[in-house]
Design a protein around this ligand. Sequence first.
Ligand code: NDP
Length: 464
Amino acid sequence: MSDDFDLDLFVIGGGSGGVRAARIAAGYGARVAVAEEFRYGGTCVIRGCVPKKLMVLASRFTDDFADAAGYGWSVGETAFDWPTLIANKDKEIARLEGVYRGNLEKAGVRVLDGRAVLEGPHAVRLLSTGEVFRARHILIAVGARPSLEPMIPGGELGITSNEIFDLKEQPKRILVVGGGYIGVEFAGIFAGLGSTVTMSLRGDKLLRGFDEELRDRLGAAYERKGVALKFGTTLERLERDADGAVAATYADGSRGTYDQVLVATGRKPNTADLGLETTGVALDDGGAIVVDGYSRTLCPSIWAVGDVTNRAALTPVAIREGHAFADTVFGDKPTMVDHEIIPTAVFSTPEIGTVGCSETLARQRAGEVVIYKTAFRSMRATLSGRDDPVFMKLVVDKTSDVVMGVHLFGRDAAEMIQLAGIAVMMGATKADFDRTIAVHPTAAEELVTMRTPHVEVKKGTSAG
Ligand code: NDP
């Protein structure tokens, strides 16, 4: 591409979406630069999915040690050392950051450090050097940041998922505000690591938007683990105690004292101070960049992918959007991303895997739905005696027999839902599930051996 541009593509943001877009575009022969103001890898690698999962794995040894006895093992004294976990996690994150940078360099992408801001439809300034780049296309992939809502007196005493990964000490008592993905995952982590965990939830269940039975089961499992769930509560203020702890006062007048308060009440797109006003790029009411199905903004030379567009704020979605953008713009393959069916997992303990419609949503969409569900003690739990049933639910459209939703609760649900997601994506019917031979003995085999419908509901009626 020869023209008066310095670059074919300037990517702002070196996270999951930006890095994928840059590499694929460079692979098509585009001249590409990426700027990242923090660390390459973005939220997912540096302070999100990856370190979170390492901490989830650490937290699950507690159950593993306890379960071992039924299998004849004497584990003996166990002790957990927070600084060791954090140091080892940091080492792994630094390694991955290097891999991200290395992959960009190998692909021929110019890797820049520093904040980049827009100065028009084709111009980007790198603030660390003052250099201005003229690019044929610009991709905004700057992600999102934790919201600090509700803004309450003393709110600054709380921490967010940005800080939680670097705490010097494990909090003995932690309050988690919010019962979404981040809230339930960290509540599970700290409960597993032996902290006393309280969750403050403005609603009456965890995980809004998920199938109701998964929400109920997770709440019950957390209460069995000793997590205190304060439903229907809001915080009024936070204050620092004389001994350095944080005293929380709730709207109903009750109080609690904690070593840390994690605010996990959602994330907001990082669109402030980006120079968008110089470009004609539009934002929605939540501050997210408005894009079309190809991730193009209202300014034809500027595109946006990932959390900054708030379509589905998940790493694999950002990666897919970044790839589709590069295929569309540089690969001569116009590609839209299907946001309709997205398999997802919540790394609570027990874990959740889900794809497609919840029972409630399916009932609104389909004429009639058939529900298949099972709850059973996994083989592992037989000798360990653990009382954490696995739960599985299939939501089937009665007319077409298509499986509209799969909802899993229990060990390895995340691993299972990835594969069930393929079937749902392909439009598999319940008959397809039925004619698939079971893999025995596994928990997953139950997915293909449920034969008796639990309940049939006509559109508009409520399920029992
Ligand atoms: P979520 O949107 O998932 O959950 C936010 C929670 O905070 C909800 O429980 C919500 O309550 C509550 N809340 C919102 N505003 C307030 C308020 N003003 N006062 C009190 N409570 C409030 O956000 P998260 O921060 O947990 O996660 C952000 C996003 O990150 C997720 O949506 C997900 O896309 C992504 N993520 C994905 C993960 C994964 O794939 N495993 C892991 C971690 C994050 P209510 O239900 O009443 O609205």
